[in-house]
Ligand binder design. Structure first.
Ligand code: GDP
Ligand code: MG
Length: 202
């Protein structure tokens, strides 16, 4: 049976800089305000192994991210540090492992209509320099790939959010056991998803 779009789930991780900047409440508020339902949440310090496994759940991630990075250097009229996508991603991954395991993070699973797409929209584009105003990455942080590369570190963009439904389906069990996720009804679903809105008037 095909899943109803309102049952979609996505993984969000507030990265160590989000926790340190005191933005946990603000970030959670934005996903909560749009009408999504929080079905799992925990704070932990992820190991470097856990972080590497997270980013490489998709066997194509190394190649795709490397190619994307080379392309973005060229678009800026800059020479990429290497022509080999895998060499580029190896550096990005090393920086990401250091970044994400540097302190506590908050991992969450959000559920609701088009959860993956809605969360990505609210989160904003990967590089804060060009993330839209009004998004989390656009409003609360000012980093760039140039800054990150100059200092040999990962770009600090406050949150991770699954990029697609298959990515979410792979990432959620990497961070949460089945029993750590709760199925429940939340009252605002009565209005968001009710077909006839016939339960309001007495
Ligand atoms: P996200 O889903 O928006 O976080 O972005 P991706 O999945 O494409 O990339 C994951 C992470 O890799 C990002 O959060 C960045 O830390 C890093 N990254 C991706 N692309 C680049 C790039 O072009 N340059 C650098 N320095 N880091 C990158
Ligand atoms: Mg991604």
């Amino acid at each position: 049976m095909k899943q109803h779009p309102k049952d979609e789930r996505t993984l969000v991780v507030i990265k160590p800089d989000g926790v340190q900047r005191g933005l946990m409440g603000e970030i959670i508020r934005r996903y909560e305000n749009v009408g999504l339902k929080l079905v799992g949440m925990k704070m932990l310090v992820p190991s470097e192994r856990h972080v590497e496994a997270h980013y490489t759940l998709d066997p194509n991630w190394r190649r795709v991210t490397g190619e994307k990075t080379i392309k973005s250097y060229r678009e800026k009229g800059m020479t990429p540090p290497s022509e080999d996508p895998l060499e580029i991603t190896a550096k990005i991954l090393a920086n990401l492992k250091k970044y994400l395991s540097s302190g506590p993070v908050v991992a969450m699973v959000w559920e609701g209509a088009h959860a993956v797409g809605i969360v990505r929209k609210i989160t904003g584009g990967t590089e804060p320099l060009s993330s839209d105003v009004g998004t989390i990455r656009g409003d609360f942080v000012l980093d760039s790939y140039t800054m990150a590369d100059t200092d040999t570190r990962a770009v600090r963009n406050l949150v991770h959010a699954s990029g697609s439904v298959p990515e979410a389906e792979a990432e959620i069990p990497h961070w949460f056991k089945q029993e750590e996720l709760t199925d429940y009804r939340i009252i605002h679903e009565e209005i968001l998803y009710d077909v006839n809105l016939d339960g309001i008037l007495e």
